[in-house]
Write a protein that binds this ligand. Structure first.
Ligand code: 8DG
Ligand code: MN
Ligand code: MN
Length: 385
C-alpha cells in the first residue's frame, strides 16, 4: 500500500501496542465483519488467515474517523488485500456477501455453538461437526464421552454464554477478596482482563492475586479454592500448577499457579450465594442443571455460573503479570513482538529480558501499581518508574 503523501500526517503504527484503541470506536460495521472472518479461519485451523483478520480488526478499531471511502485507508497498515476487498464490499453494498455467507453456513454456526462450550477447542468441535453434531444439546442426546471440563461447560452453557456484567465482576472480586483476606491478610486481588480495560461486559472475570511480601503467596491457590469450595461457591475448577513463577520462564505461556474455574454468584451482586446443597458442595459434583436447551438459566434459580480465572503471582513479577493479563490479546501479542523485533528483548508475564539472558532473568525492575502505563520508550537502563 502507498505511504501517505502528506508528511505531516502521523503514520499509524503496525504495532497495536503503539496505537490508541478506544473501547468505543467508529468502524464497528467493519470490525464485526473481520471478527466473523477471523473466527471462520480459526475454525478451519487457518491460524495465519485468522491472525490477518484480527490485525485488520485491531487497526480499524484505532482509526479516529469512520471509514467512508477506500481512500480513507491510504497508508493504513495491517490491511491485506482480502480485508480491503471486504471493506470495499461493505462500503458499496452495506454488507459483505462473503461474511453473510459465513454467517449462514451450517458449519460456522455449528462450530460457533460447539466451541462456545467451555473446554471444547477447534479440533474437538470439528470432529463433532463431521460426526453430525450441531449444538451442545446434541452432545447430551448423542451420549458422547465428555471430559470433566466439557461436562461443566455443557451444564452451565447458558450462563457461561451470557455476558458477565461489570457489577457481577465486582461481586466476584468481592467474594474472592473476602476469601483471600481470611486466608492471607494483606494479599492483593486485582481485576484484570477486559474489565481492567474498561469493558462493560466480558466472557469471564480475571483476577490476579499477590502479596507484597514475596513468598507469602505460595500455597495460596489451594487454600483459596478449598475455601470457596467449602462455601459452595466453586462449581468447577482446573488447576494449572506451573512453577509459581520460580522456574525457567520462557515461551509464550506463563507459569503462574492458576485456576480456570466456574464460580457460583448469588442473586444480588455481592450477596452471599445460597447455602451449599447437601452432598453437592464439591466442585464437579451434581448441581442444579443450567440446561443448554433453553429452560434453566439464571432466571428464577437465584444464582448464576461465572467463569473466573484466578492467577497467583510473586510480588516481584506483579507488574509484568498485570500487564500480561490485562490484554487485549492483540495488544499483548504486539507488545511482545515489539520487544523482540524493535528492542531485541523478550517480554512475558514474568519479566522483560535481554535476549541473550532469556533463561537467567535480571531482577525485574520495580514498577509500582500506581505508575502510569508502562511506556514503550523505556529501556531497561531507565530509572524505575
Ligand atoms: P473477555 O474475557 O472480556 O472476553 O476478554 P479478555 O478479558 O480480554 O480475554 P481473556 O480471554 O479473559 O484474556 C485476558 C488476558 O489474559 C489475555 O489478553 C491474555 C491473558 N491470558 C489468558 N490466558 C493466559 C495465559 O495462559 N497466560 C498469560 N500470560 N496470559 C493469559 O487468557
Ligand atoms: Mn477476561
Ligand atoms: Mn480469562
Amino acid at each position: 500500500s502507498a505511504p501517505r503523501s502528506d508528511p505531516e500526517e502521523p503514520r499509524i503504527s503496525a504495532y497495536a501496542c503503539q496505537r490508541r484503541t478506544p473501547l468505543d470506536h467508529l468502524n464497528k460495521i467493519f470490525t464485526d465483519a473481520s471478527e466473523v472472518l477471523a473466527e471462520n479461519a480459526e475454525f478451519s485451523e487457518s491460524e495465519g488467515r485468522g491472525l490477518a483478520f484480527r490485525k485488520a480488526g485491531s487497526v480499524l478499531r484505532s482509526l479516529p474517523f469512520a471509514v467512508s471511502r477506500m481512500e480513507d485507508l491510504r497508508g493504513v497498515p495491517c490491511l491485506g488485500e482480502h480485508s480491503r476487498k471486504i471493506i470495499q464490499e461493505i462500503l458499496e453494498d452495506g454488507v459483505s456477501g462473503e461474511v453473510e455467507g459465513v454467517l449462514r453456513s451450517e458449519r460456522y454456526r455449528a462450530m460457533k455453538a460447539l466451541t462456545g462450550v467451555f473446554g471444547v477447542g477447534v479440533k474437538t468441535a470439528d470432529r463433532w461437526v463431521r460426526e453430525g453434531l450441531r449444538t451442545p444439546g446434541d452432545l447430551l442426546t448423542s451420549g458422547h464421552r465428555l471430559s470433566r471440563e466439557q461436562e461443566a461447560g455443557v451444564r452451565y452453557y447458558e450462563d457461561l454464554n451470557c455476558p458477565v456484567t461489570r457489577a457481577e465482576a465486582d461481586a466476584i472480586g468481592e467474594i474472592v477478596k473476602e476469601a483471600v483476606h481470611s486466608i492471607l491478610p494483606g494479599a492483593r486481588v486485582t481485576l484484570t482482563g477486559g474489565f481492567r480495560r474498561g469493558k462493560e461486559a466480558g466472557h469471564d472475570v480475571d483476577l490476579l492475586i499477590t502479596h507484597p511480601e514475596e513468598g507469602k503467596e505460595e500455597g495460596l491457590l489451594g487454600k483459596l479454592t478449598s475455601w470457596l469450595d467449602s462455601q459452595g461457591v466453586l462449581l468447577y475448577q482446573r488447576v494449572s500448577e506451573g512453577s509459581g513463577g520460580r522456574g525457567r520462564e520462557s515461551g509464550p505461556m506463563d507459569h503462574f499457579h492458576r485456576s480456570f474455574s466456574i464460580l457460583k454468584l448469588g442473586e444480588q451482586p455481592g450477596a452471599p450465594p445460597g447455602p451449599p446443597q447437601p452432598g453437592a458442595s464439591s466442585a464437579g459434583q451434581t448441581q442444579e442443571a443450567a440446561s443448554p436447551r433453553g429452560q434453566g438459566g439464571a432466571q428464577g434459580r437465584g444464582w448464576r455460573a461465572v467463569r473466573v480465572d484466578l492467577v497467583i503471582c510473586p510480588y516481584s513479577q506483579f507488574a509484568y503479570a498485570l500487564l500480561g493479563w490485562t490484554g487485549s490479546q492483540q495488544f499483548e501479542r504486539d507488545l511482545r513482538r515489539f520487544a523482540s523485533q524493535e528492542r531485541d528483548m523478550s517480554l512475558n508475564s514474568h519479566g522483560l529480558y535481554q535476549r541473550e539472558q532469556v533463561r537467567t532473568p535480571p531482577p525485574p525492575h520495580c514498577i509500582s501499581e500506581s505508575s502510569p502505563p508502562l511506556s514503550l520508550s523505556l529501556s531497561l537502563s531507565s530509572p524505575p518508574l
